[in-house]
Write a protein that binds this ligand. Sequence first.
Ligand code: G1P
Length: 295
Amino acid sequence: MISASKRIRKAVFPVAGLGTRFLPATKAIPKEMLTVVDRPVIQHVVDEAREAGIEHFIFVTGRNKGVIEDHFDSQFELERTLTERGKRNELDLLARDLPGPGQTSFTRQQAPLGLGHAVWCARELVGNEPFALLLPDMLHHAERPCLADMIAAYNDHGGNLIAVSPVPEDQVHQYGIVGVTDRKAKVSSITKMVEKPARGTAPSNLHITGRYILQPEIFELLADQERGAGGEIQLTDSMIRLMEDLKQPFHAVRFDGRIYDCGSKIGFLAANIAYAMARDDLAPSLQAELRRLLS
Ligand code: G1P
């Protein structure tokens, strides 16, 4: 049983990336604000965290990301106009998505030094408690939110957890990869981790999908983490030290839904189709359009 002080209450969202792969769309708009159907990518990921019971949302932003902060605030003029026009549904929709007062925090990563550095920038806001980390590029599409599965596994096992899923062998060098004791189990002990392994050296084809539950000791290790793959301060390298040097347990939680990498154009387009096809109000017309396009 996990004590109240160890409950996962906070989630960190690193949103400082430049989004160069989506230029010119991302020249003035953060990539996290591009929409999958009618919700920004970042909203989908915050939805996942909220559905898993997260109470505080910490965004690690950067220059030109102010609109993300605005998105998670109330919009007085818009609400007044909608009220005057009697637009009840739209008002309810906005109210439903709005985090409560004091439930969001924003800090800045001042230089693009890598994911490990971005997470370290959240250390004061997280404090001395375990936390969730969600990488907003990766949309996890499933009946039950990935993070909810992970928190359930955390309540049973404690320690640190990482969501994983298999990728084709020719893609393993693009991700963090883990080796586990039992590939078939939903939750399994991690025996090895490597960030972007050279071809032919990966311990398995299970990739780190971008959902983590981490213990606060990770911050001490990130503080002096040397640069790794790609010349960046890599979160995975500090997780390896947490596991191997500090002997903290790490578990892999297998995610069985679909993952859309919205940092890539194809992933982003596929996410739009998949999320629209999952909606009763859009699926029939979209299906007809797709049939017409493909015929
Ligand atoms: C990061 C992580 C990597 C993980 C990936 C998932 O890499 O370092 O371990 O597999 O996210 O998207 P990046 O995408 O920043 O290169």
